[in-house]
Design a protein around this ligand. Structure first.
Ligand code: ARG
Length: 576
């Protein structure tokens, strides 16, 4: 569709500004901005431009605001703006304009007013990336859910997104896994469910090595053999990866998360030695006590934190692999941007490799998108009762079980198949929404009762709001019929129409700081606005244009809720 409301108002505001008597005193390139009003009491949109400018032209802000308003042409968009407080300019939209916007939304079934990005990019999204045969912990849960949502939103905005699961398939853990595989493996358990069995091996060997130095050496020996290309160890390793992938794929299927590529760390093995050589040749890396490092003497924060890229024993490191990965993504995948959704503790690592990339003249936008921890109710790191790291597969299973109980209570009349299907949607949706409704850097508390509650800022509440928009058409006995007249007769209708039109402003804003939680907050506010409309405005009891208008509002609300939840990776159901 066309420009957003904020953009339309900003165009008019800047035109007005150009016509004021102080316009010649404006700083070069100044653009006045318009934002959604914080408090609707004073209007629908607002601008603080007069306050910013008053300082520049040394005048009273309210006077500046008055002068701008004087030459402001609202046209069919806005009424005459008002001045508030110290010099805010407040805009109130024309009813006819909002009616037109609702009509536009109805016609734009797929994008619902959201314009594609003006500068579409090729983006490689690096998220989830668990380590094979090691526990996939809560950090990976966060990365998977946030990364998937950002991927969906970027694609929706017209970017070409390549999701790449950079699994840790070549780490030192394989020394222990190989030893365990040869001495402790239970083949039947492995066949039945590989991930837990690999995990059991890893944990057992890991525990044993704590007391047994000889065993540590044996494990190291297995690792060296693997890295040296020993056929037997390579065969075991390959099977490990294949089995883990099957196990992981099950989790991703349940989460409805898709990867275009699975280029794990091992994919880059052959590229590491030449890469280090080229860094040496370019004088970016240097030898230090037998190892190869990159120093950052000119960067304050990294001055005493060199990046190690080859150990003195010849081994390569996590950083080396990531540098090779950047090359591949830029050169082969043609990435304009690479997004890394990885926990905050890896900040230093990404600072280092991004600096090195810059020095190598690589200009792709490299974005580290960090997140905090998930806490238990005791505010400590989330753990299972036995003290282990919580496994994603178990979290999903329990979420669905709990959702099923709720569905059974709420809808005992549904068939067992329906109940299962709805429980899956609500259970998985709740886990995702608990994550995405928080700012990613927040350490949030994982609490089943809160996330599954039917009231409040939760997935069940939002999915239920969608269900209510659908219920009305079931009652009506037919789907929405386009072409009716739209004319507002109640404030609650205007409020809802405004909220719906703002979807177009919210979706692109998510990517400015990678915050899906702004979309979550918007959807929650949309649901509560819809609820107020629902209480204030009967639909099926009305006739003619009033009824047509209200049906249109229900229809568009349903579409925006479904689309918005979809961008968070959350499915909807037609009834619950
Ligand atoms: N496997 C790593 C971990 O579990 C995450 C990898 C993130 N991606 C990357 N390109 N380094 O910590």
């Amino acid at each position: 569709m066309s420009a957003t409301i904020a953009e339309l108002l900003a165009i008019r505001l800047n035109e007005a500004l150009a016509n004021t008597d102080f316009s010649s005193g404006l700083p070069e390139g100044f653009v006045a901005r318009v934002e959604q009003a914080q408090n609707r009491q004073f209007g629908d949109y607002q601008s603080n431009a007069a306050m910013v400018l008053a300082k520049q032209v040394k005048r009273n802000p309210r006077e500046v605001a008055a002068a701008i308003i004087e030459s402001f042409e609202g046209g069919e968009v806005s009424e005459k703006p008002e001045i508030a407080g110290p010099g805010f300019i407040n805009f109130r939209l024309q009813t006819g304009f909002l009616e037109g916007r609702l009509g536009g939304l109805l016609d734009d079934e797929e994008k619902l007013g959201v314009s594609p990005s003006g500068t579409p990019q090729t983006i490689v999204a690096d998220f989830s990336a668990p380590n094979v045969a090691k526990p996939m912990h809560v950090g990976h849960i966060r990365s998977t859910i946030i990364g998937d949502s950002l991927t969906r939103i970027a694609s929706f905005l017209g970017h070409h997104v390549i999701s790449d699961n950079h699994i840790g398939d070549w780490g030192t853990q394989f020394g222990m896994i190989l030893w365990g595989w040869k001495h402790l493996l239970n083949e039947d358990a492995l066949e039945a469910d590989p991930i837990p069995e690999l995990l059991r091996i890893y944990r057992e060997v890991n525990a044993k090595t704590k007391e047994d130095e000889a065993l540590r050496d044996e494990c190291k020996n297995e690792l060296v053999k693997l890295q040296g290309g020993d056929a037997g160890n390579l065969a075991i390793w390959e099977r490990c990866i294949a089995l883990s992938r099957i196990g992981l794929q099950k989790i991703y299927d349940r989460l409805d998360v898709k990867f275009d590529l699975w280029l794990g760390e091992s994919f880059y093995n052959d590229r590491l030695a030449p890469l280090v050589d080229s860094l040496l040749a370019a004088d970016i890396a240097e030898e230090s006590e037998g190892a190869i490092c990159v120093f950052f003497p000119n960067e304050k924060q990294l001055a005493d934190k060199p990046a190690l890229i080859r150990k003195s024993d010849g081994g390569f490191l996590y950083a080396t692999t990531d540098l090779a990965t950047i090359d591949y993504r830029i050169e082969e995948l043609k990435a304009d941007a690479v997004w890394y959704v990885v926990g905050a503790p890896q900040q230093l690592h990404f600072d280092q490799i991004f600096r090195i990339a810059k020095r190598r003249g690589q200009n792709a936008e490299l974005e580290f998108i960090p997140f905090g921890s998930i806490l238990g109710k005791d505010r400590k790191m989330l753990r299972t009762r036995s003290g282990d790291t919580v496994q994603l597969a178990d979290v999903l299973e329990e979420a669905v079980e709990r959702a099923l109980k709720i569905v059974e209570e709420k809808n005992p009349e549904f068939s067992p198949g329906e109940k299962k299907e709805i429980a899956e949607i609500i259970g998985i949706g709740s886990v995702k929404y608990a994550e995405l409704s928080q700012f990613r850097m927040t350490d949030y508390i994982f609490d089943w009762d809160t996330m599954l509650a039917l009231k409040g800022n939760t997935a069940p509440y939002l999915i239920n709001a969608y269900v209510r928009t659908r219920a009305i058409f079931r009652k009506l006995g037919s789907d929405f019929e386009p072409g009716g007249t739209i004319t507002f007769t109640a404030d609650a209708e205007k409020d809802l129409a405004l909220k719906l039109a703002q979807f177009a402003e919210i979706v692109p804003a998510v990517l400015s700081d990678f915050r899906p939680n702004t979309l979550a907050t918007y959807l929650y506010e949309l649901a509560t606005t819809y609820h107020r409309f629902w209480e204030a405005c009967p639909v099926l009891k009305e006739e003619g244009a009033v009824r047509e208008t209200r049906l249109a509002l229900c229809e568009v609300t349903g579409r925006v809720l479904r689309c918005g939840l979809g961008l968070l990776g959350i499915k909807t159901t037609e009834k619950m």
